[in-house]
Design a binder for this molecule. Structure first.
Ligand SMILES: *[C@@H]1O[C@H](CO)[C@@H](O)[C@H](O)[C@H]1NC(C)=O
Ligand SMILES: *[C@@H]1O[C@H](CO)[C@@H](O)[C@H](O)[C@H]1NC(C)=O
Ligand SMILES: *[C@@H]1O[C@H](CO)[C@@H](O)[C@H](O)[C@H]1NC(C)=O
Length: 247
């Protein structure tokens, strides 16, 4: 999907809030729907973020790049040597848009009530608990940015589609054999499952603004409490941004 239709029915402005129509050249538009470039090119917003003009088309910088000649190409994919990264949600739902994705109970979750759950074994000078920032950081190899011996893998549980990590410790828990499988990581772009650029954020009943992340497989796609979101890679170079272990 490179060319986005010019008339995109996207979200209306928040209820009760009257939005001023603006003009791009002579074309009227709502800024919540479009962005205007150089007073002549209108590009629609996608999942709460602007698309950019390139040689007459509009593109998402989470998937494509534009050459000086105006040619679109896919972003490069990460390889084993690429930097660790965090995940951020892109969504037209403002309760989810730009929220970080965090691991707790070995599950990836997001929303205002999500938090990262960690364990630390304090053994200076090798492991100093205060030095970890305890953010949810992934490695392109299919592992998490942890120091616990044996590491921890991130994976999509094949039966449920749930995005999870394995338990810490040498025994490793189940799921290690699925580490990083079926996910394509575009550099500073989408974290993409089996060629689909979206995931599902499924609201956990009774837990406020807490959403678990699922791959869009099987009957997950019919669940009413789930909505489509994009997950976007945000690189980090700080080796202490992660945790000793995630729980
Ligand atoms: C990270 O978590 C560990 C274990 O709970 C804690 O000791 C440490 O102080 C935390 N780091 C920060 C920066 O809060
Ligand atoms: C990955 O895809 C293959 C082929 O579609 C499937 O058999 C396998 O269960 C998937 N693995 C995971 C971890 O989703
Ligand atoms: C989803 O499908 C699985 C089997 O594929 C079934 O066990 C489960 O009950 C289904 N869940 C719902 C909510 O329909």
């Amino acid at each position: 999907m490179v060319l986005l239709p010019l008339l995109l029915c996207s979200a209306w402005p928040a209820a009760g809030q009257l939005e001023q129509i603006q003009t791009c050249g002579s074309v009227p538009y709502y800024p919540s729907d479009y962005r205007c470039y150089d007073d002549h090119a209108l590009c629609p917003n996608l999942d709460g973020h602007p698309t950019l003009p390139c040689g007459g088309a509009c593109y998402s910088p989470d998937m494509y790049q534009c050459s000086e000649e105006g040619q679109l190409s896919l972003l490069p994919t990460a390889n084993a040597g690429s930097t660790p990264f965090k995940l951020e949600v892109h969504s037209s739902n403002s309760a989810l848009n730009s929220k970080p994705v965090k691991v707790c109970n070995l599950q990836f979750q997001t929303g205002a009530d999500a938090h990262t759950c960690v364990y630390c074994y304090n053994a200076p000078p090798m492991y100093v608990c205060e030095s970890y920032h305890n953010e949810t950081v992934l490695l392109p190899s299919g592992y998490m940015s942890v120091d616990v011996p044996g590491g921890q893998a991130w994976f999509v549980e094949p039966d449920t589609g749930k995005l999870k990590t394995t338990a810490a410790g040498k025994a490793g828990g189940s799921g290690r054999e699925h580490a990083g499988k079926n996910v394509t990581i575009y550099q500073e772009g989408y974290f993409s499952f089996s060629g689909s650029s979206h995931w599902l954020a499924c609201k956990e009943p009774g837990l406020g603004q807490l959403f678990s992340i699922f791959a869009p497989i099987g009957n997950n796609t019919n669940r009413g409490e789930c909505e489509k979101v994009k997950l976007v890679v945000v690189s980090t170079t700080d080796p202490k941004e992660g945790a000793y272990a995630y729980t």
